[in-house]
Design a protein. Structure first.
Length: 244
């Protein structure tokens, strides 16, 4: 069964590279600024191993007063500082372009030029894949991979309901999974479950890939598209780990 959100998003070409992630930064609550006011823009890009696990994060921020600047502390704060988390909203490049222009910055630079502002790389520790689930894939598949994408921020009930509808989550589901989905692609099977992590404002997406083909490009684009769907619903990706 194919999900509409994945079909609606463009498939990434192998040599094009994924697009950057864009965020809007709102003023501090004590600034007495209108709710619609935007203070600046953040642009980010994860670096990854060949198996799509995260190795690091680059970011650059822009404000009308200071122009473009790079800081690894900014990326950390967006994921660990509750005050910063409350002020950061995931957005699209189109909306970032509109905000950049409205704040007096003119045309937003293209992505190759934006990458030149990534001057303070934040490494993210990695480890060999842990084993989660059976070691051997089911009959008919040559490989089984399990990934976990961690996210900061929280989802409202209506956002979870929207994901359940978009992913065609079966009625009832499971206690452990807030929303789930499935994609069959040229004989390869991808299934995923969205879960809350611990007691904090954090979520994870567990993705299982059963591969019949040498579908590394499809695997990478599926992980990227699922991550972007959750960004569109307000979550901030933290890291992608591999468990099998």
């Amino acid at each position: 069964m194919t999900t509409e959100p994945l079909r609606a998003l463009p498939v990434l070409m192998p040599d094009a590279g994924p697009p950057l992630d864009y965020y809007l930064v709102l003023p501090r609550p004590d600034d007495h600024s209108p709710v619609t006011t935007v203070e600046g823009i953040v642009v980010e890009e994860f670096t990854r191993h060949h198996d799509f696990t995260t190795t690091g994060l680059d970011s650059a921020g822009w404000t009308p007063e200071d122009g473009w600047w790079s800081s690894a502390a900014l990326s950390r704060g967006m994921r660990t500082d509750p005050e910063v988390l409350a002020r950061v909203l995931p957005t699209s490049r189109r909306e970032a372009e509109d905000v950049h222009r409205a704040l007096g910055g003119g045309q937003l630079p293209d992505e190759p030029l934006l990458r030149t502002h990534f001057l303070d790389h934040q490494p993210i520790a990695t480890a060999p894949p842990l084993r989660l689930g059976p070691a051997q894939p089911p009959a008919g598949f040559h490989e089984r991979r399990v990934y976990r994408v961690l996210f900061a921020k929280d989802l409202r009930a209506e956002q979870v309901a929207s994901l359940r509808t978009a992913w065609r989550t079966p009625a009832g589901g499971t206690v452990a999974s807030a929303a789930s989905g499935r994609l069959d692609e040229d004989g390869d099977q991808f299934t995923w479950d969205l879960r809350r992590v611990g007691h904090s404002l954090a979520w994870c997406l567990d993705v299982t890939a059963l591969l019949r083909t040498d579908a590394t490009a499809a695997l990478g684009s599926t992980l990227s598209e699922l991550t972007n769907v959750l960004r569109q619903h307000g979550l901030i990706p933290v890291t992608t780990e591999r468990f099998a």
